[in-house]
Design a protein around this ligand. Structure first.
Ligand code: SAM
Ligand code: SF4
Length: 467
């Protein structure tokens, strides 16, 4: 494929939604039944689910999503922390606090020492996975600066074997050579949100700066793949345009990647617009998505692309987050700050440097405690990435359900590491109870043996054990 050719066809997406209007009950039921076979859905089938308004059928879509999430991912939830390193930006995205015309924002580009100190705070909270981000600025957020920041973060060691084992990155689109350089720093996933797949809305939301070029952004994942990054994560910012349109946009993007690169996206992110300083589109979202619609769209994504991880961030409130975990979310952030330097010092002045406001302000330990009580296994696993199980190799493992076996074991082992080294007494007690139950419920005697043996080694002081 021409690596700069826009492949999103507004007319086609609109026609799919129009053709699916007022779907017959039987058709919706057939599509739910197909999705339960874990085969994924076509855009036309997904459009039918999106156009379904019947409450009882929506409940059945959500029940199918819970079943699929359980079959493929089990109870685990992978945890990560975002790390914002700089907030200068040449773009003027109408929804973002970092936008160029926000004269009230305190602009910060962290030094390498400051980055190391932020990473130290996150390591002492137990984090092993980071998502590193910044604004788009030729001098303040150059690729050289970003690469140095990644190397700095990977090198930070704190007591109790504190280290970052995987850094995913979310920065402005690069050319193929740029992606090659990024790959050489051993990043995990390259993440980039299209924000909206609707061209006219995109044009209005991005009035100036390099981000105004829709095609350059939508083809970034193709260039990333060409540059050797085989785990890529796409996303849409919900609230900018009709959520049904955006879900189909995400699906078309995923299918195009599968067709052209042989592998679809590793993850899909589903941020929803939050209030932000001097960002008009964030203060009054043009197409607000209600909690009910949000739950519906998470469930439909789970049915449409069952093997793609779904990421939910602390933009959402604890109540909503708890609701959607069971519907298909597989990765979550915890204890986030969206202002560069926010982990080390969290004064109100610093808050004026934030990208947007947070819905969930619990500490990581509080989040971990709460999800443990709900029966989810908090996972800090980075094994697949470190063993080279990425891109197509990951998908080949994921499809027959093997990942469930690896992931569940590694989730338990990394959770144990957290409990031993970082948890509060309450979280430790709740976590040890959960792990005892999970070991007892492990059907394979061999796997049960492996788990018991490794957990014993960890109690005796060993760390970083995985399968
Ligand atoms: N500057 C790069 C970019 O725009 O892709 C890097 C990531 S930017 C710091 C992270 C993401 O935050 C954006 O892609 C956007 O979807 C999201 N974001 C911006 N403003 C937001 C808001 N008010 N509420 C929720 N998410 C927002
Ligand atoms: Fe800059 Fe990204 Fe914010 Fe747009 S979303 S203003 S590109 S930081």
């Amino acid at each position: 494929m021409d690596e700069t050719k826009d492949f999103i066809d507004d007319g086609k997406i609109e026609a799919l939604l129009a053709a699916a209007a007022r779907p017959e009950r039987q058709r919706t039921e057939e599509i739910i039944a197909k999705a339960r076979e874990l085969k994924g859905l076509t855009p036309a089938e997904t459009a039918v689910l999106l156009m379904t308004e019947d409450g009882e059928l929506i409940e059945r879509i959500q029940a199918a999503a819970r079943e699929i999430k359980q079959a493929i991912y089990g109870n685990r939830l992978v945890l990560f922390a975002p790390l914002y390193i700089a907030n200068h930006c040449s773009n003027d995205c109408l929804y973002c606090g970092f936008r160029r015309s926000n004269g009230e924002l305190t602009r910060v580009a962290l030094t390498m020492d400051q980055i190391a100190s932020e990473v130290g705070v996150l390591e002492r909270e137990g984090h092993k996975r980071l998502l590193m981000l910044c604004g788009e600025h030729p001098n303040r957020s150059s690729l050289d600066y970003f690469v140095e920041a990644i190397e700095t973060a990977y090198a930070v060691r704190t007591d109790k074997d504190g280290e970052i084992r995987r850094i995913n990155v979310e920065i402005a689109p690069l050319d193929v050579d740029g992606f090659r350089r990024l790959k050489a720093t051993k990043i995990g996933t390259y993440v980039l949100f299209q924000e909206t797949y609707h061209h006219e809305t995109y044009r209005r939301m991005h009035p100036s700066g390099p981000k105004a070029d829709f095609a350059w952004r939508v083809t970034a994942m193709h260039r990333a793949q060409e540059g050797g990054i085989d785990d890529v994560g796409i996303g849409a910012l919900f609230g900018l345009y009709d959520y049904r349109y955006e879900v189909l946009g995400l699906l078309c993007h995923a299918l195009q990647l599968e067709q052209d690169c042989g592998v679809g996206p590793h993850t899909i992110s589903i941020p929803r617009l939050q209030p932000a300083l001097n960002a008009p589109a964030a203060v009054s979202p043009p197409h607000p998505v209600s909690d009910g619609e949000f739950k519906k769209l998470v469930a439909i994504l789970r049915l449409a692309v069952p093997y793609t991880g779904i990421i939910l961030t602390t933009r959402e409130t604890p109540e909503l987050r708890n609701d959607v975990f069971n519907l298909g979310v597989s990765q979550i952030s915890a204890g986030s700050r969206t202002n560069p330097g926010g982990y080390k010092s969290d004064s109100s002045a610093q808050f004026r440097a934030a990208q947007f406001n947070l819905g969930d302000t619990r500490t990581p330990d509080e989040v971990i405690h709460d999800i443990t009580l709900m029966g989810h296994i908090p996972s800090f696993c980075t094994a697949c990435y470190r063993l080279g199980r990425t891109g197509q190799d990951f998908m080949e493992l994921a499809k027959p359900g093997l990942i469930q076996k690896f992931c569940r074991t590694n989730a338990i082992l990394t959770f144990k590491e957290y409990l031993l080294d970082y948890a509060s007494p309450e979280t430790r007690a709740a976590g040890d109870d959960l792990i005892a139950r999970l070991v007892a419920e492990t059907p394979s005697a061999k796997l049960r043996g492996t788990l018991t043996e490794r957990l014993g080694r960890m109690e005796a002081g060993q760390r970083d054990l995985y399968v």
